[in-house]
Design a protein around this ligand. Structure first.
Ligand code: HEM
Length: 126
């Protein structure tokens, strides 16, 4: 089950939903709920990383050519997307500008979705 994409897709969908929930909790000044949800989100970061790394090592470790390039860029963009989400949340908490974080978020989500669903081959069905 860990070796197909279902676990990975489940973790990143829940991760992105939790990210939006933490964002709205911080904006509503519900700091305690935001803190707890943020901790759960950080746990999901780990699950996304582990499930993505498992997909990489089980399917692309010996890949060559353009497949190698696409799998590497997909994986690095996935890690970067997590970093962008964390950056946005920390900046919102400190009432600092989130523009740089959102710019990275948008670029990385485009890369991750287009490479994940558009180019790489595993697909949703086992
Ligand atoms: C929030 C972060 C992430 C998002 C939104 C995301 C999104 C996706 C999507 C949409 C797919 C395609 C699923 C499919 O084809 O059925 C995928 C697959 C994959 N992801 Fe991620 N991912 C994230 C993080 C990561 C990380 C951190 C890594 C590596 C450490 C990673 C490595 C992979 C690999 C190797 C695949 C398999 C590609 C394939 O053949 O379809 N991902 N991811």
């Amino acid at each position: 089950m860990l070796y197909n994409t279902h676990f990975h897709i489940t973790t990143w969908v829940i991760g992105i939903i939790l990210f939006l929930v933490v964002l709205s909790l911080i904006k509503k000044s519900n700091q305690k709920a935001a803190k707890i949800t943020h901790m759960v989100l950080r746990l999901f970061y780990v699950l996304i990383l582990v499930s993505g790394a498992l997909l990489y090592f089980n399917n692309y470790i010996n890949a060559g050519g353009s497949l190698f390039a696409e799998a590497i860029i997909k994986s690095v963009s996935g890690v970067w997307l997590i970093a962008a989400m964390e950056m946005i949340l920390v900046k919102v908490k400190k009432s600092k500008s989130t523009f740089a974080g959102w710019l990275q978020f948008v670029i990385m989500i485009i890369l991750v979705i287009s490479l994940g669903f558009g180019r790489l081959q595993l697909g949703i069905l086992p």
